[in-house]
Design a binder for this molecule. Structure first.
Ligand code: ITT
Length: 211
């Protein structure tokens, strides 16, 4: 049986870009959300080998620590020509100083080494696994992705992480050139564009009711 989210919710992320998007996605549902950072919760080690496993680790750790339902996202960029790298290591490729310009340059260097210079050889997708965990052990989880092409040099300064390098299929602008509203692509603009918005739509169907 699915369970609805009611009352308070912890957003189990320490990534400010994700936190802003997760808060925006929750806004129409009138959920009172606090972040793991605001509550001073520790960041658990992401020892899983799938996005879903890591989302679960983060949601369960926050739910147990805060004694409240907790909502986590584990996400990343999978590049076709790099056999899916950086994938679950997307945050780690940016190093401890979270330098995503360096991480994007690293991807570009590897693509050039493999001769991946035409759009057809520069396919990639973003993945988002979302998990809501309750302190009594119940969990709800969903996953979604968005396909696109990697552009170089990076375009735009909006968003976070790898956004300036990622142009979703069917668009001629990168996520870095879109407002967060466009990147979500939710009604009235669409049925969900970004990996996170698409996964959130699935989660909302089973766990949330519009206000
Ligand atoms: P938390 O674990 O605290 O949530 P994190 O940044 O470590 O934060 P992840 O382990 O899920 O999160 O790493 C995912 C990385 O993939 C993230 O740091 C971004 O750089 C990148 N990423 C995920 N979604 C993205 C998006 O919508 N736009 C750009 N980059 C994204």
């Amino acid at each position: 049986m699915h369970r609805r989210i009611t009352g308070k919710l912890v957003i189990a992320t320490h990534n400010p870009g994700k936190l802003a998007e997760m808060r925006e996605l929750l806004t129409p549902y009138g959920i009172e959300a606090m972040s793991a950072g605001e509550l001073g919760l520790d960041e658990p080690e992401e020892t899983g080998d799938t996005f879903q496993a890591n989302a679960r680790i983060k949601a369960i750790a926050a739910a147990n620590a805060a004694k409240l339902p907790a909502f986590a996202d584990d996400s990343g960029l999978a590049v076709d020509a790099l056999n899916g790298a950086p994938g679950i290591f997307s945050a780690r490729w940016a190093g401890s100083n979270k330098d995503f310009n360096a991480a994007m340059a690293q991807i570009e260097r590897l693509l050039q080494e493999r001769g991946a210079t035409t759009p057809g050889r520069r396919g990639a997708h973003f993945v988002s696994a979302l998990c809501v965990a309750w302190p009594d052990g119940h969990i709800e989880e969903v996953e979604a992705h968005v396909d696109g092409t990697l552009v170089w040099p990076p375009r735009g300064t909006a968003g976070f992480g790898y956004d300036p390098m990622f142009m979703p299929n069917g668009f001629d602008r990168s996520f870095g050139e879109m407002t967060s509203i466009e990147k979500h692509g939710l009604p009235p603009l669409g049925l969900g564009l970004s990996h996170r918005a698409r996964a959130f739509v699935k989660l909302a169907e089973v766990c949330l009711e519009p206000r």
